[in-house]
Design a protein around this ligand. Structure first.
Ligand code: MG
Ligand code: MG
Length: 262
């Protein structure tokens, strides 16, 4: 992992715009949570999200996104079920009781992006699945807790990995958190693992998307033929939580959270 990149520090005006982008993401994700029930198709989340984006006069960060020669991402949201880690493409799959569902959603408005994700149970789920969800969310918040001026970048991933491995789970290494601002993915990369006390010092005005992906079994990833969907190599469950977070003088401010959010 390289730490040499310049990490932008946002102006007050840019921060206001990022707060607005984050609020849209949070509100829409809360609304989408309401439709997550057995019998719903994964494409229904895309259709609902598309409508809400249009109604609000904002723009999807995901539609058409295709870095490094990947086929342009075809939907407004990533919908990943059970062993799907991230980037599941919405389609005809029908949610069933006992599934775990991960929704990952991003928009931009006024030139700035917001990005957030959560995993939730569909009806009653196994004890294992319920525990994975709790632990992955704790990983997110332990990472966020490190976003204090003077700490170093790798303190975030270290806190995340410690909690996940302490629970007997693994953290995905192939995908990482990231800086976010005028682009959805900006430097620095923020791995969900590593030794503490390394990398640049954190400063007020930096904005990061922190996103632990935690697996019950192996950390290894397998890619599906659609070139987007990442699944666990052993077919075991995976959880994913993400927030866009600003570092302030007083510590972290979660930009993609409103009342009732994850
Ligand atoms: Mg995301
Ligand atoms: Mg992200």
């Amino acid at each position: 992992m390289t730490y040499g990149e310049q990490i932008p520090v946002r102006t007050r005006r840019e921060i206001e715009q990022m707060r607005e982008a984050g609020r849209h993401v949070a509100e829409i994700l809360l609304e989408l949570r309401e439709i997550a029930k057995p019998g719903v198709k994964t494409i229904d989340f895309h259709r609902a999200a598309e409508k809400k984006i249009e109604q609000r006069g904002i723009a999807s960060s995901f539609v058409g996104y295709g870095p490094g020669g990947l086929p342009p991402y075809p939907a407004t949201i990533c919908v990943s079920v059970n062993d799907e880690i991230v980037h599941g493409i919405p389609g005809s799959r029908v949610l069933a009781k006992g599934d775990i569902l991960s929704l990952d959603f991003g928009i931009h408005t006024g030139g700035f992006h917001g990005d957030s994700a959560f995993t939730m149970p569909i009806g009653e789920v196994s004890e294992q699945a319920a525990d994975l969800i709790v632990v992955t969310k704790e990983c997110l918040y332990l990472g966020i807790e490190q976003m204090v001026p003077g700490k170093r970048l790798s303190d975030i991933g270290h806190a995340i990995e410690k909690r996940a491995t302490g629970a007997g789970y693994s953290v995905v290494r192939q995908f990482v958190g990231h800086g976010i601002g005028r682009k959805m993915h900006e430097p620095p990369q923020i791995p969900n693992y590593g030794r503490p006390g390394r990398g640049p010092r954190l400063l007020p005005g930096m904005v990061f998307a922190i996103e632990p992906m935690v697996n019950v079994g192996t950390e290894k990833v397998r890619m599906l033929d659609d070139e987007w969907t990442a699944v666990t190599a052993d077919g075991e469950l995976s959880g994913h939580f993400e927030h866009t977070v600003l570092i302030t003088e007083n510590g972290p401010e979660v930009l993609t959270r409103v009342e009732g959010s994850h």
